[in-house]
Design a protein around this ligand. Structure first.
Ligand code: NAD
Length: 365
């Protein structure tokens, strides 16, 4: 639209259903007059020695230069001697945090209709450091690495995210009662960062309690859940993701817990076709992507649900501060699903990707 400078963003349409759902995003952006110009990149068919993977150096450079990108699902080619695509992207671009907003979609009925939480996962260390070996036969060892640098960085991002998105509370999810040193350091870093955000409530929740807990909930700072008691510091009831997900706001956690909890949360709002995500890297770089894979069973058949990638593109616009366009596209998606006339097969309809996309475009305001 007039008066706005055009922003260049990298687009990886990806494989399988990737190009179809990427087309949907391009079409919706065109209709919404989003001031974004795409720089399209595809995965090469040979290993690029400069990245050690099928992702070309030029693609990496494009994301680094633009600082912003949208990625469709990709098939990791099988064979030895190269890094997986996701690992290559994570390492090369320093993607240290994975962010997944989980928001109930009115009109798509699931067990809960009031979920509105965000999981933020540390994405570079913990149990995923790849340091495993056999000590003697029958005994193996795996190293869990937690550093002050990576923990503070992801905590800082979580509080920053909470502040920018008008969120009230950050919960650090941990198992520091058992993993005293590693998760202990993670919590220590979260506490230090929390000190700088006095307007955001900070609390610590042991991961098993996060999944299921009855009884008393204590926090390190004052909280008040209207649904429970007015006591400050603790309240009574059932607090868990599976029983009462509405009690959670922003959750920040080490790598392994994040892997599991973020999938659980995606399940709460209706699954793969609807869940967006973002990867945050060095210098504020961001690469957004749908959570699902290439869906080879329905690729090329105009059957894919583009919602997850569309919602990822909404995250991208918010990251860029293009809040009006983000809101308008988000509302159009919700309206289209709520109307229920043009839904794709995975969420109970019979419309094609293109009809659903057209309906979203028509619902733009
Ligand atoms: P998948 O997510 O591709 O498919 C699982 C099931 O969900 C399939 O039945 C599929 O049809 C359905 N589905 C997924 N997304 C959908 C959508 N948008 N609309 C409608 N239905 C949808 O998982 P998979 O089968 O385990 O993996 C297939 C390929 O994708 C593999 O090569 C895998 O490596 C790759 N993959 C890539 C990423 C990524 O690039 N981030 C993530 C996961 C899997």
């Amino acid at each position: 639209s007039s008066g706005q400078n055009t922003i260049t963003a990298t687009l990886f349409p990806g494989d399988g259903i990737g190009p179809e759902i990427a087309n949907s995003v391009k079409e919706v952006f065109r209709q919404a007059q989003v001031p974004i110009q795409w720089e399209e990149h595809y995965i090469g068919n040979t290993v690029d020695p400069r990245t050690g993977s099928f992702v070309t150096y030029e693609s990496m450079e494009s994301v680094r230069r633009n600082g912003i990108g949208l990625k469709g699902p990709m098939t990791t080619p099988i064979g030895k001697g190269h890094k997986s695509l996701n690992l290559a992207l994570r390492k090369e671009l320093g993607l240290y945090a994975n962010v997944r907003p989980c928001l109930s979609i009115p009109g798509h009925k699931t067990r809960y209709d009031n979920v509105d939480l965000v999981t933020i996962r540390e994405n570079t260390e913990g149990e995923y450091s790849g340091l495993e070996h056999q000590v003697v036969r029958g005994v193996v060892e795996s190293l869990k690495i937690i550093t002050r640098q990576a923990s503070s960085r992801v905590a800082e991002y979580a509080f920053h995210y909470a502040e920018v998105h008008g969120r009230k509370r950050v919960s650090a999810i941990h198992k520091a009662n058992i993993m005293k040193k590693t998760d202990g350091l993670f919590l220590q870093c979260c506490r230090e960062v929390a000190e700088n955000y006095p307007n955001i409530v900070y609390e610590e929740v042991i991961i098993d309690n996060c999944c299921m807990m009855m009884g008393e909930w204590r926090t390190t700072r004052r909280i008040s859940f209207e649904t429970t008691t007015k006591h400050s510091g603790f309240c009574h009831g059932i607090f868990s993701l599976v029983k009462n997900p509405a009690l959670f706001d922003v959750l920040v956690m080490p790598n392994l817990y994040g892997d599991i909890i973020s999938d659980l949360c995606a399940g709460l709002i209706g699954g793969l076709g609807l869940t967006p995500s973002g990867n945050i890297g060095d210098n504020g770089l961001a690469l957004m992507e749908a959570v699902h894979g290439t869906a080879p069973d329905i690729a090329g058949k105009n059957m894919a649900n583009p919602t997850a990638l569309l919602l990822s593109s909404v995250m991208m616009l918010k990251h860029l501060g293009l809040n009006d366009q983000a809101e308008s596209i988000h509302k159009a998606i919700l309206k289209t699903i709520e109307e229920g006339k043009y839904l794709t097969g995975d969420i109970g309809g019979s419309a094609g990707t293109s009809e659903y996309t057209k309906a979203v475009c028509e619902n733009l305001q």
